[in-house]
Design a protein around this ligand. Structure first.
Ligand code: G3P
Ligand code: MG
Length: 333
């Protein structure tokens, strides 16, 4: 350890030229064991070293701006309890975390709901653009497979509430849908159009809302990944219809799955294991700190929906959720 520290301190002039220095405040208590944060570290690529100063409760770090951004670094702060000042290398840091202290993070990931539906008609290109402008980490959208075979981005089974059309969306052709407007001002986009609009800028959570959506989603994912527009890691699916997720997993192991739940999220641990899912995306009203930590102890991320009020966002952040799905991405600080 000491030798490593010395080596890290003698960073060459070249290395320094490729790095930026930043100081980030880290204070508070572990969300689970309540221990005061006594040592902080970073879990992200591109950090040369991080020095934790207990006196000032600050983390001073050198990072490579070509590999990571300060924003990304700030989101990946983890706290290591029970030690004072020290230098922590990135890999070592996370491995050294006591399990309970893994719950203290700088900030949960921000996932724009149906784009950013607090700012533009849900699940439309203007909503996607609003989410991107607000700096989200990921965008959630809903998809149905329609009569002409395409996947379109829309939330409701029927068209009446949001458009000037009527009837079941799944019974329509793309030509028919193209004549409609959403809330009087936007079009129903295809999944392909939405993925093209995002073009790898952020991750995409495709919620499989309708039947027979798994196969088409995989084809589109494969297409965008093979063209180098997204990485496979940026694309994932979720659904309340676990059988659709089963179909998805049977067809591919290439993309992540999150399990959507409306009732007790602990009931979804079995299916999460069966499908090798990475996360449970629960209704936030079903969560408390114990449930969040139990799910995380099972190795699952917890990404609740749809959290809009600042007080609820703060409460879930304090519980240590991994991400927040919200209509108002700017409210997650
Ligand atoms: O994916 C999270 C959330 O979108 C699930 O509920 O009804 O808004 O699609 P809903
Ligand atoms: Mg949804």
């Amino acid at each position: 350890m000491k030798i490593n520290v010395i080596i890290m301190l003698f960073i060459t002039a070249t290395a320094i030229a490729q790095t930026e220095k930043a100081t980030i405040s880290v204070r508070g208590n572990c969300g689970m064991c309540k221990a005061r944060i006594e040592k902080a570290a970073i879990k992200t690529q591109g950090v040369k070293y991080a020095v934790w100063q207990a006196e000032t409760e600050q983390l001073i770090l050198l990072f490579n701006p070509k590999k990571t951004s300060l924003n990304q670094v700030a989101k990946n702060i983890v706290a290591v309890g029970h030690e004072a000042n020290g230098i922590v290398a990135t890999d070592e840091a996370y491995g050294a975390l006591p399990m309970c202290c893994q719950y203290v993070r700088g900030k949960p990931l921000v996932i724009g709901h149906r784009g950013a539906m607090g700012h533009a008609p849900e699940n439309t290109l203007p909503s996607i653009r609003a989410a991107l402008k607000l700096g989200v980490d990921a965008i959630e959208i809903d998809v149905f497979r329609i009569a002409s075979g395409e996947l379109v981005v829309f939330h409701d089974k029927t068209l009446g509430k949001l458009t000037n059309g009527s009837g079941l969306i799944e019974a329509k052709t793309l030509d028919e849908l193209s004549k409609l407007s959403v809330l009087g001002s936007a079009k129903i986009p295809t999944l392909k159009e939405v993925l093209t609009e995002i073009s790898g800028a952020v991750s995409v959570n495709v919620e499989l809302k309708g039947a027979n959506t798994a196969e088409g989603t995989i084809s589109l994912f494969n297409d965008f990944v093979s063209r180098g527009i997204f990485t496979a890691e940026q694309l994932y699916v979720s659904s309340f219809y676990w059988d659709e997720l089963r179909d998805f997993r049977k067809a591919t192991n290439r993309y992540d799955i999150a399990i959507l739940t409306d009732k007790n999220p602990l009931d979804a641990v079995d299916i999460a294991y069966e499908l090798n899912a990475i996360a449970i995306n629960p209704n936030f009203r079903q969560l408390n700190a114990d449930i969040v930590h139990t799910l995380q102890a099972y190795g699952l991320k917890v990404i609740p929906y749809t959290v809009n009020s600042p007080a609820e966002i703060a409460a879930l952040t304090a519980m240590g959720v991994n991400g927040i799905i919200t209509d108002y991405p700017e409210r997650v600080e």
